[in-house]
Structure formats: structure tokens, C-alpha cells
Design a protein around this ligand. Structure first.
Ligand code: FE
Length: 227
């Protein structure tokens, strides 16, 4: 078999090219991270009653001895602006269905049972690095209309200094995701930005999987909100 010998100059050229490719890949990943998180509809089950003592842990209710049924998960990440700067003091509201896919909301006609130990709402304020963190349970899928079943998802309403983002977060590898009319209303090139990422680093073995999800708020050119 013929072998090809490379000169020192050719090898250097290949090395520089490869590192350039790696660098451009990193830059592309960085630029991608700064694209705004796509917004989605608020949906019909936004809480009408919000208890004032809600913290970061949705798996217990103050004053009740029980725990929410279902798979415990951690969801954490950062709120950033399109320049990549953390948004400190952002309000991050989370609401969701329980493990059976039922919302604790009067408008939810799903016959799945309510969980007396799960209300499905919490709010956090981001720290100086723009971080937030919730402990909750993985919501169940639930019927929408006809044959349409909504994939498990978390609803978020994020209010920064000048912007607000209402969106939904989905889980990686979900077979219902590509069939979901709401998720698919996000243009395909941006759709991966509404899917969280499994994080083995912060996962608690045999107890709680961790998922990372960053919110990127639109810039100052977005339509401003009124106070
Ligand atoms: Fe929903």
C-alpha cells in the first residue's frame, strides 16, 4: 500500500487548519448560545392563584407532610441577554402539570388525578450570575385535542429588566416532541433551543436527574413592555 509522507510545513498547515476549525466551532457554539430563546404561548393553565410562600422546591408544600408523586428532577440554568451578560434579579415563574399530566387549575378537564402534594407553581429570582434553580417532578404528557398528546413540558414566564419571555421547555429525546403542534410552531432551526440538556454533573444518583436550560432574552430592540 502506498503511504503518503507529509512535509513539516504540510503538517503545520493541517494542525493550524484543524485548530481553526475547532475555534470556529467554539465560536459558532458561543454565537448560537446568544440567540434568543423562542417564545411560546402562555397556554390555558397559567395559575390564577399563586401562594406567596413558593420557593424553589415544588415537591413539597409548606405545612403538608407528604411529597409530590413522580420522578424528582432539578432544572437550572441562567437568564442571559443577547450580549451574553447575566440578567440579575430576573423573575422566573414556573408552572406545570403533575406526574399524571394534570394541572391544578379549574380549567383543566383532564380526568387524570390531582396530586394533593403538588401545586405546580414556583417563582425564583436570579442571582448576580443570572442563575435560577428549581427542584420539581417531571410532568406527565397530557391530552390536548383529538389524537394530539402534549409532550412533558414546563411553562416559564421570565421577566428581566426590559424584556419578558413566555416559553415552554421540553425534555431531550421525547418521541412526542416532533408531533407537538406548539413545539413545531417554533421554526425548525431554533427548535432545539426549547429543549433542555441532561446534566450528569449535577444529577443526584438514584434520586434526581438534572436538566440545564438557559433563557436568552431579546435585546433592547424588542418591543418594550410597559410597567
Ligand atoms: Fe402545558
Amino acid at each position: 500500500m502506498a503511504t503518503r509522507r507529509f512535509s513539516r510545513r504540510q503538517i503545520l498547515g493541517i494542525a493550524v487548519g484543524a485548530s481553526g476549525l475547532a475555534l470556529s466551532g467554539r465560536l459558532a457554539a458561543f454565537a448560537e448560545a446568544l440567540k434568543p430563546t423562542p417564545g411560546e404561548i402562555l397556554g390555558p393553565f397559567y395559575p390564577v392563584i399563586k401562594r406567596v410562600d413558593q420557593g424553589a422546591d415544588l415537591t413539597v408544600i409548606a405545612g403538608k407532610p407528604g411529597r409530590a408523586a413522580g420522578e424528582v428532577i432539578h432544572v437550572m440554568g441562567r437568564v442571559l441577554n443577547v450580549e451574553g451578560q447575566p440578567v440579575r434579579g430576573a423573575r422566573v415563574e414556573l408552572w406545570q402539570a403533575n406526574a399524571q399530566g394534570r394541572y391544578a387549575h379549574a380549567s383543566d378537564k383532564n380526568p387524570a388525578p390531582l396530586d394533593p402534594n403538588f401545586e405546580g407553581f414556583a417563582v425564583q429570582t436570579t442571582d448576580a450570575e443570572g442563575r435560577y434553580r428549581f427542584k420539581t417532578i417531571k410532568p406527565g404528557a397530557y391530552p390536548a385535542t383529538g389524537n394530539w398528546v402534549r409532550p412533558p413540558h414546563l411553562h416559564f414566564d421570565v421577566t428581566g429588566k426590559v424584556n419578558r419571555l413566555v416559553t415552554q421547555m421540553y425534555f431531550p429525546g421525547d418521541p412526542l416532541f416532533p408531533l407537538d403542534a406548539i413545539a413545531c410552531s417554533v421554526p425548525e432551526p431554533a427548535r432545539h433551543r426549547i429543549i433542555c440538556r441532561f446534566d450528569p454533573e449535577t444529577t443526584e444518583p438514584y434520586w434526581a436527574l438534572s436538566y440545564l436550560f438557559d433563557f436568552v432574552l431579546r435585546g433592547r430592540d424588542a418591543t418594550p413592555m410597559e410597567a
